[in-house]
Design a binder for this molecule. Structure first.
Ligand code: AOF
Ligand code: ZN
Length: 379
């Protein structure tokens, strides 16, 4: 009697695939997938709609129509039980006459937290839990991190030359990786809620940090610059595009005039003027006195995933704070040589506490994905 289990995994895999498609589009809601199956045939399928509503289940039920009666629903996250901006999905499943619900991950949202399952069971619906939960944890990693740890899931991406450099002094953007790797990074940006660089990289490279893959432009994440003393040039591409794609500049908390008599930049006298200039260009300026503090602030505004794109100092700051969950390392074939800016690490010196999970070749580049070992602090 192994068949039913096998079938559950197949349909849950389909639901997870649907969920993946809208990752990055549904914030602050998680992207959930739902597949409704009757007599072995899919009669309804949906992912959480862009913007977060409607939820997956209601759309899949609408597609299934009368076929939902007696059917099995596969959902990647426990159906909601709260009256939020939409009625509870658990109630909608019951009302449609669904006989069985298979859930991948329980919803940690305190308004749900097991109540969705209780509601279904009380109405006589069979519920099975935890099918393909390892993959489900991954699809929902941003949402789960924000709910459980009150911070976004953090991915550190580095492009390193064959001699361990991430750039060249005084040269602005240096091509280290090829077209395929760069396209991968664009896709990655499209899937994350926010993307961060240090002010050194922002000034030297003058990047725009938007998504430039045809059709995915609207998926550009919020852009964040770590800029302790507000040195980001007003004429930078980041600032000039702040009215189209949100830009947050993070100053040292001590730089705020309200604390410690204005802090270092305040005492220099130019801080208020810089801040005003940034704000009048549409930039949001916030203060944070540590990486952990910043992540807490980002989570409280609903940011579930953060891509750290450099430079060396920002990467080091996140690593030292022990706040990196995954490292994506792209190693290009060429050396940079003289005046190279050294990467905090390269393939041969990845920090302890990370395990290699995946390797690929993208053209002439080597791609490696490292996952933080579980059991480490998740604070
Ligand atoms: C579901 N199916 O597709 C999603 C769910 O603000 P609301 O009313 O949309 O509620 C947001 C919460 O709903 C979110 O925190 C999470 O608990 C759940 N997301 N639930 O049944 C879905 N996206
Ligand atoms: Zn719902």
């Amino acid at each position: 009697m192994n068949e039913p289990v096998h079938e559950d995994e197949r349909f849950m895999a389909a639901a997870l695939r649907l969920a993946r498609q809208n990752v990055g589009l549904t914030s602050t809601n998680p992207s959930v997938g739902c597949v409704i199956v009757k007599n072995g045939v899919i009669v309804g399928r949906a992912a959480t709609a862009p913007g977060g509503r409607p939820h997956a289940e209601t759309q899949a039920l609408a597609e299934a129509g009368k076929e939902a009666r007696g059917a099995t629903a596969y959902v990647t996250l426990e159906p909601c039980s709260h009256h939020g901006r939409t009625p509870p999905c658990a109630d909608a499943l019951v009302a449609a006459g669904v006989a069985r619900v298979v859930v991948c991950i329980l919803d940690p949202d305190e308004r749900v937290a097991g109540r969705g399952v209780v509601r279904l069971r009380e109405a006589g619906v069979d519920v099975d839990l935890g099918i393909l939960s390892e993959e489900g944890e991954r699809v929902l990693e941003g949402y789960l991190m924000r709910q459980r740890n009150k911070r976004p899931h953090v991915i550190l991406k580095l492009a390193v030359s064959s001699d361990g450099m991430i750039g060249k002094e005084g040269e602005g953007q240096v091509r280290i990786t090829g077209a395929i790797s760069r396209a991968q990074v664009q896709v990655l940006r499209a899937e994350t809620d926010a993307i961060l660089v240090g002010v050194g990289t922002a000034s030297a490279d003058d990047p725009k940090l938007t998504v430039r893959l045809g059709g995915l432009e609207k998926r550009s994440p919020v852009r964040i610059v770590l800029d302790r003393r507000l040195e980001l040039p007003i004429e930078s591409k980041l600032v000039r595009s702040a009215r189209d794609v949100p830009l947050i500049v993070v100053a040292d908390d001590a730089s705020f005039p309200s604390s410690r008599e204005g802090g270092e930049a305040g005492r220099r006298g130019d801080y208020p003027a810089r801040r005003a200039a940034l704000e009048s260009a549409g930039v949001e300026v916030i203060g944070a006195d540590s990486i952990a503090d910043l992540l807490t602030a980002l989570a409280s505004r609903g940011i579930s995933s953060l891509l750290v794109e450099g430079g060396a100092r920002a990467a080091r700051d996140f690593l030292v704070a022990d706040l990196v969950d995954r490292i994506l390392l792209f190693t290009g074939p060429a050396a940079i040589g003289d005046r190279g800016i050294r990467s905090p690490f390269e393939r041969t010196s990845v920090p302890p506490g990370f395990t290699l999970r995946r390797t690929a070749r993208y053209g002439d580049d080597i791609f490696e994905e490292y996952e933080r070992d579980t059991g480490c602090s998740q604070a």
